[in-house]
Design a protein around this ligand. Sequence first.
Ligand code: NAP
Length: 136
Amino acid sequence: MRLESLNAVVTGGNRGIGLELFRQLLAKGNTVVATAQHPAQADDLQALAAGAGGRLHVTQLDVSNPASVERWAAGVKALAPHVDMGSVDDNGSGPDYAYRASKAALNIVNKSLSIDLADEGITCVLLHPEATYGPT
Ligand SMILES: NC(=O)c1ccc[n+]([C@@H]2O[C@H](COP(=O)([O-])OP(=O)(O)OC[C@H]3O[C@@H](n4cnc5c(N)ncnc54)[C@H](OP(=O)(O)O)[C@@H]3O)[C@@H](O)[C@H]2O)c1
C-alpha cells in the first residue's frame, strides 16, 4: 500500500507505536489526524504538530466513551473528508485473555468499518507491529 500524500487517521498517537507512526507518516508527506485522551498533556505529539506545518491534527478521543467517539468521528469527517485508514495465535505474548480478545474485537470493528466506508473510497487496514518497546 502506498503511504504518501494521503490523509491518515491513527488512534492512540501520543506515545508508543502511534507516535512513531505519525513521525513516519509526516516524513512521507502525509496529513495525519492523531488522537489522545488528553491532548493538552500529549507533549510529544504537540511538539510534533508544532513542526508539521498544519499537517498533524491532534484530536481528543476516548474509545471507551461512546459520546467521545461520536464527537470525534464528526470532527474527523470535517478535517479529512477522504481518509486512508489504516496477538491472536501466540499465548506467549500479550498480557492475558482479555487483551487477546480485544484484538478479535478490533478485527471485526475494522471489517465493519471497511464495509461502511467502502462507498466513500476509504480503505481500512490493521497493521501488526510485531513486538515493539518504547522508552521506559
Ligand atoms: N508494543 C508491541 O510490541 C505491540 C505488539 C502487538 C500489538 N500491539 C498493539 O499495538 C497497539 C499500540 O501499542 P503500544 O505499545 O504503542 O501501546 P502504548 O504505548 O501503551 O500506547 C497506547 C495508545 O493507546 C491510547 N489509548 C489507550 N486507551 C485509550 C482510550 N480509552 N481511548 C483512546 N486512546 C486510548 C493511548 O493514549 P493515552 O495515552 O491517551 O491513554 C496511547 O496513545 C496496542 O493495541 C497494542 O496492543 C503492540
